[in-house]
Design a protein around this ligand. Structure first.
Ligand SMILES: Nc1ncnc2c1ncn2[C@@H]1O[C@H](COP(=O)(O)OP(=O)(O)O)[C@@H](O)[C@H]1O
Ligand SMILES: [Mg+2]
Length: 274
């Protein structure tokens, strides 16, 4: 059972206005309860972290939010605006992306043989109106739309430090830049919520620090909310406003970084890992 006393309210500059929340979200694979009644809230314009040992259920949580797995039980409520509520449960991944949830993956998933710019253009795809006919006929309207998306993508790459490599093949970028490109591609969908699955995996200390700055930059410039799965505790403690801790599919703690750092259940879950 989750100890309710761990659920403290520490709003700081946030006003308790969730953009995304789950209620008793559960996911069962055969006999395995990968998610067990998870209640999690992402406040508007915040950075919320989800941490926990390997196999805790973090990626499964993202897969349920983004329509990859239909959750076994529970609710997912998305509020793109304060007075608009959308139930995401049961929606297909494309629809979830269109509505404003974008994600990156634990293992980089770029189109290796496409250029950096083309990778970002693919991220724009969910917003294109032309469709297949327009693309084939290449009428004036389609060309204008294409040009607008190229400009938009180029601008994103400039703003997030990849302008020097727009025409490089994705596979030729250094690893850290590939991670950055994945995030920029997610931004091309113009999300309201950005879900990052272990973005610091494989990065060195300098790259991880740069990533921390990038995440904060994105939050403030794009006015979006971020849910961050991450193992790098330095990054998590510095970047997040609120941290949720999961172990064996259950939330065992939630609080501000200073609270989580000293939480005995959290320390135990992590020490028990090795
Ligand atoms: N498609 C699936 N089928 C069966 N079991 C799965 C599937 N996806 C994840 N799991 C299991 O669910 C548990 C949680 O996995 P995961 O969400 O990847 O953990 P984390 O991201 O926290 O490391 C693990 O025991 C994993 O083996
Ligand atoms: Mg994972």
């Amino acid at each position: 059972m989750t100890d309710r006393s761990l659920y403290t309210n520490h709003n700081g500059d946030h006003n308790g206005d969730p953009v995304l929340s789950t209620t008793a979200l559960s996911m069962v694979f055969g006999g395995l309860i990968a998610l067990d009644r998870v209640d999690l809230k992402v406040e508007r314009n915040s950075i919320t972290a989800l941490i926990g040992p390997n196999g805790a259920g973090k990626t499964t949580f993202f897969n349920c939010l983004t329509g990859i797995y239909p959750p076994t039980r529970g609710a997912i409520t998305y509020q793109p605006e304060k007075d608009r509520q959308i139930n995401l449960k049961g929606l297909a991944p494309d629809r979830v992306t269109q509505l404003g949830l974008a994600r990156t993956f634990q293992n980089i998933r770029l189109f290796n043989n496409l250029t950096v710019l083309e990778n970002v253009l693919i991220g724009c795809h969910c917003r294109m109106k032309a469709g297949l006919f327009g693309a084939l006929l290449r009428n004036r309207k389609t060309m204008a739309e294409e040009k607008a998306f190229i400009d938009f993508s180029y601008d994103l790459l400039v703003r997030y430090g990849l302008q020097a490599s727009v025409n490089e093949l994705a596979k030729n970028l250094p690893y850290g830049a590939q991670r950055r490109l994945e995030i920029v591609r997610a931004l091309a969908t113009v999300p309201k919520v950005l879900l990052l699955d272990e973005p610091a995996a494989g990065l060195n200390i300098n790259e991880t620090n740069e990533l921390g700055a990038l995440i904060e930059n994105i939050r403030s410039q794009e006015k979006l909310s971020i849910l961050l799965i991450e193992h790098d505790m330095n990054l998590v403690m510095k970047a997040s406003h609120t941290i949720y801790v999961m172990d064996y599919g259950k939330l065992i703690a939630v609080g501000a970084p200073s609270e989580i750092r000293q939480n005995p259940a959290v320390i135990k879950a992590y020490l028990g890992e090795e």
